[in-house]
Ligand binder design. Sequence first.
Ligand code: AP5
Length: 264
Amino acid sequence: MNLGELGVERETFEPGLAESVERFRTVLSEPRNQAPPRIVGPGPVLLLGAPGAGKGTQADTLAKMWGVPKISTGDILRANVANGTALGVEANRIMKLGGLVPDRIMNEMVANRLEFSDTAAGFILDGFPRTIRQAQWLDGYLSTRRRGAVLGIINMSINLQRLVERVIHRRVCPLCKTVYNTQYLPPKRMGKCDKDGADLEQRSDDCAEVFQMRLDVFKRETEPLIRYYRDRNLWIQVDAELPPSTVTEDIVSRLTQCRMQLSR
Ligand code: AP5
């Protein structure tokens, strides 16, 4: 097939467009005996990583890109704290000390969220599971309620020394929840959200003392999940020290590749 057969004259193209059509022509002229690429959905995805590794940042981007919901247990707890619910009062006490809310409460909270129909094509778990018991509960849930859907596990690896810097410079918009970093990802106007102009806030657990406690809890309770998951088919480790967009590209390309292999 030539360009004329595509219904347009070469001279009418902008340079970039002409190149695109050339590429399209090349694709069309390739042998047709190959099956067309299959579209592989994200399925259930878990972002695993230390506090400040960038789980929330990646979860937001991926959720928008894939059109699936982000389920952040930290955000759900903070919403409860803000609304003054009984759970919020109890959670606030624990979160201020950098501890973990009991497994039974967390499992039930996630089970309730997963009942919503927007999770049918996939969902991104940010901050759950973070104990072996939560992971075992999730395995049971996926096998009984999601016909054995295979979980994509993204381990966001980072030098723990770098985390405190990220966390103490984190600022969050109280209205739209966009996350900034005064050092690495600053807003356009200091202290103001780019999207709605609201005054940015600091999370109450983002001080050096509470962070150290969160890190200790991570090492004790959540790091063992690396051993629990690392032999799974969809275990993917990414370098979370790279710029956010590079981390996103890495996650998307490797997860897509792994899912395609798995579905062959
Ligand atoms: P949660 O809100 O989940 O906190 P966390 O796990 O400690 O993680 P963070 O939100 O601090 O960090 P993040 O990895 O999302 O990083 P972010 O993208 O914001 O949980 C809070 C508390 O709730 C827990 O301590 C616990 O008490 C309770 N809880 C929650 N889930 C629970 C569960 N399952 N069981 C029991 N208790 C539970 O990025 C951090 C900063 O770095 C930002 O400023 C960002 O802009 C910046 N940044 C991100 N990526 C990059 C990059 N690539 N380069 C440079 N800067 C970057």
